[in-house]
Design a protein around this ligand. Sequence first.
Ligand code: URA
Ligand code: CA
Length: 434
Amino acid sequence: MRMVDLIEKKRDGKELTKEEINFIITNYTNGSVPDYQMAAFAMAVYFQDMTTEERANFTLAMVESGDQIDLSGIEGIKVDKHSTGGVGDTTTLVLAPLVAALNVPVAKMSGRGLGHTGGTIDKLEAVPGFHVEIDNEEFISLVNKNKVAVIGQSGNLTPADKKLYGLRDVTATVNSIPLIASSIMSKKIAAGADAIVLDVKTGAGAFMKTVEEAEELAKAMVQIGNTVGRNTMAVISDMSQPLGFAIGNALEVKEAIDTLKGQGPEDLEELCLTLGSHMVYLAKQAESLEEARGKLKEVMTNGKALEQLKTFLSAQGGDASVVDDPSKLPQAKYTFEVDAKQDGYVSEIVANEIGTAAMLLGAGRATKESEIDLAVGLMLKKKVGDQVAAGESLVTIYSNTEDVKAVVEKIHAAYTVSSESVTAPTLVYKEIKE
Ligand code: URA
Ligand code: CA
């Protein structure tokens, strides 16, 4: 087999066999297929697309390019959740203890990552003492004992995807449905989940700007998952504005605690109940979505979800007393209010601009080497649809420096206040099961 023939075949819109796809991925991973040929192939896929079968085979080939996590030592159906990104997305922090409280095993492999705030691990490290440096054996035993544990990403998961993602980034081939879907799904499958709930974001702050695009990506991922034998479904949810109120690491931990008590922001709670119901249902811990939702609400009100969070944090060295006293979380030195300049209704909050504002404060990482300030961030006081009076606070800034001029400017640029009343955006657009 020769790579040049396979590029030509895809360029001409023909379907590649499993053997051909395996040839491409194996030889790209080991270096015998050079970047320039893989770049040409990615561009051919960009224009010619892939069939459902090709997408599934491409995904599996990337899964097999590196380590796969064996979760078979954990009892029950392991359900993983994945969000396609956004600003201030606190759902993982809420969902892990929440569904674990209903006996759904949560074996979460997570990263630090680049972005407006840290990744899930960074956020959890805002809890004094909490760490993810545990070995696989301890990870499995913690999930069996407490139903939830988080471990850092293993070094050699889907190396083919890592290499290809980097290449796509510099060859204008990131934005391709088959390539995005296989990239995301390969990582989830290699991480060992039996079932997968996807939260595909749409809107200005998301990868997929329209509901139609998000639906296409969601369908592609759901089909890959189900084709390779992992029960997969997707929810399409709004990211036209940040989710919840908190953007920042310790602030999001506090927000997760509130939400687990049933006292969090309405949109965050609702999305967690929606995603959580699907997780509980796929794990066969409820007969229907309605029953699952009822049970989730119950553990939010009877304190069980909060207890589950405490157990989880202390099992990994964390000071669980932060749950009852969040003032023990890292605190910023200064707070500043950003006031509305006019009366009206909030009609837009550009999520990316808000994310950049949080980043300027030091809440996220610009490069792998950057240090994160866990204490800083933003609390949104007004969301889209809210009425506001001139001089009223739109956002509270939590900062460790006094100079927040650039941050204030970003926040003003992100918010639009209009004189006409505005309805809040739809939160959950669609659920995709096949
Ligand atoms: N996220 C991924 O992991 N892969 C993509 O291709 C796009 C977004
Ligand atoms: Ca949030």
